[in-house]
Design a protein around this ligand. Structure first.
Ligand code: NAP
Length: 292
């Protein structure tokens, strides 16, 4: 395939379901100067990704939607994704780190890391670093990290980051989502003055596939609230579109968004000393920094 040159590019991970899928349709459907932006979706299953690519093209009316593959459980796969992206595109205007999951039972990645932390935090961290020069070159540009309101309940126990001493699904999820908030703040600080903004958001409580990974005993309890109170994937996706492309957020960086508004993060979400420690550890864990 020939290289795409000079087009604005939006990369969305986790775009084969839920809010990422809906955001991909909405952004591909936006028109700017008659051209629109090229949207690159990332999925993990070749078949599902091919199907979603066709659906997103049809629903958006844009054929400038491409796809790449990555399993964020594997850092090697994240590196392969970044390499494929760099082969194909010469800029990256908006990076939306959205692929996320929960694990009912503790699972370790090929690198030996607790999988929730690896997919939801290390995946964002490594992909962003591997593409950061392209983002900087494309400034004004944006990085959006999809977090969760659950970050406010998150702990960052550096002595047991991988839950060797007992695993609980929501504790693992909240830790990873706290990681998204702390990463956003530290990256925004480091990118001050570059024209690259970094934000994170809670997309709402959204009726998507992520809830299917809840413990089996919780599924019947979720059935009614899901139908009554959860917002749709389309409405959740609109929060990603806002963070990624709304001109009202031009220049706004280092913030946490919920319901289209800037709000202070909760819990440890403003503890930048923990953020700095997490950053250094994440560099080591992803092979970006010196090992201890
Ligand atoms: N739904 C909510 O209420 C809610 C609330 C707060 C935050 N969030 C956040 O929103 C983001 C999107 O979630 P969603 O609600 O849209 O859930 P979803 O429908 O389950 O979509 C998750 C997406 O991430 C992908 N993904 C999961 N694990 C992956 C892996 N190992 N490698 C590559 N891709 C992977 C999924 O791929 P497949 O299609 O192959 O499964 C899918 O495209 C997540 O970061 C989540 O934490 C959601």
């Amino acid at each position: 395939m020939s290289k795409v040159v000079g087009e604005q590019v939006v990369l969305i991970t986790g775009a084969t379901s839920g809010i990422g899928y809906e955001a991909a349709i909405a952004i591909a459907a936006e028109r700017h100067d008659g051209l629109g932006r090229r949207v690159v979706i990332v999925g993990r299953s070749p078949e599902k990704t091919a199907r979603c690519l066709a659906e997103i093209r049809a629903a958006s009316g844009s054929d400038r939607v491409d796809s790449l593959l990555c399993d964020f459980e594997s850092l090697a796969s994240v590196r392969a994704l970044a390499a494929s992206f760099r082969e194909r595109y010469d800029r990256l205007d908006v990076l939306i780190n959205n692929a996320g999951t929960v694990y009912d039972r503790r699972k370790l990645t090929p690198e030996g890391y607790e999988a929730t932390f690896a997919v939801n935090h290390l995946g964002y961290f490594l992909l962003t670093h591997l593409l950061l020069d392209l983002v900087r070159r494309s400034a004004p540009a944006r990085i959006v990290n999809v977090s969760s309101i659950g970050h406010a309940s998150g702990t960052m126990n550096f002595d047991d980051l991988h839950f060797e001493r007992g695993y609980q699904v929501m504790r693992a999820y909240h830790r990873s989502k706290l990681g998204n908030v702390l990463f956003t703040r530290e990256l925004a600080r480091r990118l001050q003055g570059t024209g690259v903004t970094v934000t994170c958001l809670h997309p709402g409580v959204v009726a998507t596939g992520i809830w299917d990974h809840a413990p089996k005993w919780a599924l019947p309890l979720l059935w009614l609230p899901r139908r009554l109170f959860f917002i749709s994937a389309k409405d959740g996706g609109a929060r990603l579109v806002h963070a990624g492309t709304d001109p009202a957020l031009d220049g706004v960086t280092g913030v946490y968004l919920t319901d289209f508004q800037v709000k202070p993060p909760g819990g440890l979400g403003q503890d930048d000393a923990i953020g700095a420690r997490l950053w250094a550890l994440s560099e080591q864990m992803t092979g970006l920094g010196p090992a201890t």
